[in-house]
Write a protein that binds this ligand. Structure first.
Ligand code: FES
Length: 139
C-alpha cells in the first residue's frame, strides 16, 4: 500500500513522483528504476487517511520561508538547538503556534511544543527563541 502526497516542499523533484510505502515507511522517488530511499521522520503507521492529499513542508522548505526566517535566526542566537535532531519538529510546532497568533506566554508555548522531545537543550532556550520571535514581531 502507498500514499501519494500532493506536495512536499524542499525536495528537488516533482511531488507526483513521490509515494510512501506504508510497510517500510519509506518515501520513494518512483520514476527511478531503483527506488531512491529518502529518510522519513514521521511515524505514520497505517493511518493513511491522515496523509492522503496532504501538503508536507520539510525543514528544507522553511529555509526559503520568510515567515520562518526570524524564528530560525532566534533558534541560533538563543542556542535553541544543539544536535539538531528535534529542530525540524520544534520549528514546525513553533511556526504553527506563532501563525495562530498566540502570545509569548511561556506556559502556553511549552504546552504547544510538548509533543516534541529534545534530549539536549532542556527546552528553556527553545521557549526563549519562540517568545523572543513573538515579542519582536509585536514591536
Ligand atoms: Fe538535540 Fe534537541 S537539540 S534533541
Amino acid at each position: 500500500a502507498s500514499v501519494v502526497f500532493n506536495s512536499i516542499s524542499g525536495l528537488d523533484f516533482p511531488i507526483n513522483q513521490i509515494e510512501v510505502d506504508l510497510e517500510s515507511l519509506n518515501l520513494y522517488k518512483t520514476d527511478l528504476v531503483m527506488p531512491n530511499r529518502i529518510n522519513f521522520g514521521l511515524g505514520i503507521g497505517k493511518e493513511k487517511k491522515w496523509f492522503v492529499g496532504s501538503e508536507i513542508t520539510t525543514i528544507e522548505g522553511y529555509e526559503t520561508d520568510k515567515n520562518a526566517s526570524d524564528l530560525i535566526k532566534n533558534f541560533h542566537t538563543r542556542n535553541a538547538l544543539q544536535c539538531g535532531y528535534c529542530t525540524p519538529g520544534m520549528l514546525a510546532s513553533s511556526i504553527e503556534y506563532i501563525e495562530q497568533g498566540n502570545p509569548a506566554d511561556r506556559e502556553l508555548v511549552k504546552q504547544h511544543i510538548s509533543g516534541n522531545y529534545c534530549r539536549c537543550t532542556g527546552y528553556q532556550a527553545i521557549v526563549d527563541a519562540i517568545c523572543t520571535t513573538i515579542e519582536k514581531r509585536q514591536n
